[in-house]
Design a protein. Structure first.
Lengths: 118, 131
């Protein structure tokens, strides 16, 4: 548990790299998909997300993105917040926010994909 | 008694270099993108809640402040991506010499600017606004 400044040591470093590599294709795919979408049209966007491959892609993006973001923001807090109580508080807050991003993102996608005509 | 050289503070030893600015920017763009992830999750929730909620969410996005934010996120995305690939190359042991680090730093910045400009150019052609 207590193996260095990041308090998780090698797994932390490793996961940050794994998620980074995964985010290269996922991020590029998502950002350039937005370009082809008429994002203002609810029907169009929800139809796009109902397609299984797109739903899987965005769900994967939300999970990998929230993990990568969590690992990165965690390091920034550990580097810049020195007061132990404040550090613990911000780490819990940030951890909660990232769990929320991942879980809520995936649940929303499942609802959209399953609902179809909501 | 001869005066001895005293050890210098790191602040005096390390010259300020723009490669430092670049590495700090990786964190700043990363934090911006973390906020972007939160907004993206919010967008998906709005979408799952139905047309009325989604329209309200998009209404909030349709302001100058948010368009500027979207532009910031877009640049942050391309910058963080390009610089992230640079970091991964370093992890594999490539390009860590000072001259290479400088050169790849410039390539990262120019790539991010060109991709952002190209993306906005295409977005304006598709639907008359940054998505």
């Amino acid at each position: 548990m207590n193996s260095g400044a990041s308090s998780s040591g090698v797994p932390h470093w490793w996961w940050q790299r794994v998620t980074a590599v995964l985010l290269v294709p996922l991020g590029l795919w998502f950002v350039f998909s937005l370009l082809r979408l008429d994002v203002l049209d609810y029907r169009y966007v929800s139809d796009w997300l109902t397609h299984p491959l797109n739903a899987l892609g965005v769900a994967l993006l939300m999970l990998v993105l929230s993990l990568h973001s969590q690992l990165g923001v965690q390091v920034v807090i550990e580097d810049y917040v020195h007061d132990p109580a404040r550090k613990r508080f911000s780490l819990v807050l940030v951890g909660f926010a990232h769990a929320l991003i991942g879980v809520i993102g995936v649940v929303a996608i499942i609802r959209i994909a399953a609902g179809g005509a909501a | 008694m001869p005066r001895r050289e005293r050890p210098l503070s790191p602040f005096l030893i390390y010259r300020f270099d723009y490669t430092m600015v670049l590495s700090f920017s990786h964190r700043v763009t990363g934090l911006l993108l973390a906020i972007g992830a939160l907004v993206l999750a919010w967008c998906l929730v709005a979408l799952a809640c139905g047309p009325a909620h989604y329209a309200r969410f998009m209404g909030i996005l349709d302001s100058w402040m948010f368009k500027l934010l979207l532009l910031g996120w877009l640049f942050s995305f391309f910058f963080h991506l390009a610089n992230g690939i640079r970091h991964l190359a370093w992890d594999l042991g490539h390009g860590f010499e000072k001259s290479n680090a400088r050169m790849s730093g410039w390539i990262v910045l120019i790539t991010a600017l060109v991709l952002t400009a190209g993306y906005v150019w295409m977005a304006l052609g598709r639907h008359g606004g940054v998505p």
